[in-house]
Design a protein around this ligand. Structure first.
Ligand code: URA
Length: 232
């Protein structure tokens, strides 16, 4: 990793700020002063000091974002703002959103650079529960609840796995699904002759969306949350 990027991730300021710090000869790599901002360092093994203080940098990142509408679940996009651009903090390399929420879906999105954890959360074999708050155009009738709970034909090779429905009003519910098919919730409701008008993910495995997190805001996961995710 470039030295200036590492210093930014460590919270030493923007790229411009850290270049200045480097030019002022305040940075040492393994005991030797560096005046070179594009020198590459190994963030795991090199000792980096600023003003003789060793930098402690978090390299494994676990972030909960309350995704707003209008933002895409991608690492780069030519047209739209991405979920990574919602994080106004210099992320270490290799961060990505765990799974996709549609551009008009809100709510819980995990951003990490832990590929193993992401793989486990998304693996169809593990059947991790995802809970969505869903609002519909029409009344969610008994027949719809039955179909959702027994498996829906959404024109895939197989029916969807049985979902759980917790009705909240005539037109809203919490829906728990255990797969992550493309546009799954919207397609499930369409197949029942209804239409999703608002969709928000509120839970993924053991991780719940923090009620205190305003739309578009983010925070690092606590150690307990990370442990629970890794165990789950
Ligand atoms: N199901 C959908 O239809 N859209 C999402 O964004 C997530 C689940």
């Amino acid at each position: 990793m470039r030295l200036d990027k590492y210093l930014s991730i460590a919270g030493m300021g923007s790229r411009k700020d850290v270049k200045k710090i480097i030019r002022q000869k305040r940075v040492k790599i393994n005991g030797a002063v560096s005046v070179d901002d594009d020198v590459h360092i190994d963030p795991y093994t090199d000792e980096i000091r600023v003003d003789d203080q060793i930098l402690e940098v978090v390299l494994d990142v676990y972030i909960m974002l309350n995704k707003p509408q209008g933002v895409v679940s991608a690492t780069s996009d030519e047209l739209h703002k991405t979920v990574l651009e919602c994080i106004e903090y210099t992320l270490p390399p290799g961060c990505f959103p765990v799974g996709r929420l549609d551009i008009d879906t809100e709510g819980l999105l995990l951003i990490t650079n832990d590929g193993e954890l992401s793989h486990r959360l998304l693996s169809p074999k593990r059947k991790v529960d995802k809970v969505y708050y869903v609002e519909c155009r029409d009344i969610i009738d008994e027949k719809t609840v039955d179909i959702l709970q027994s498996g829906v034909d959404i024109d895939d090779e197989t029916l969807t796995l049985p979902a759980q429905v917790e009705l909240l009003s005539e037109i809203s519910m919490n829906l728990t699904i255990r797969e992550g098919r493309y546009h799954q919730v919207k397609r499930m409701l369409s197949a029942c002759g209804n239409q999703v008008t608002y969709l928000k993910r509120i839970k993924m495995g053991p991780l719940s969306l923090d009620d205190d997190l305003a739309l578009g805001s983010w925070r690092f996961l606590s150690e307990t949350e990370v442990e629970q995710l890794k165990k789950g």
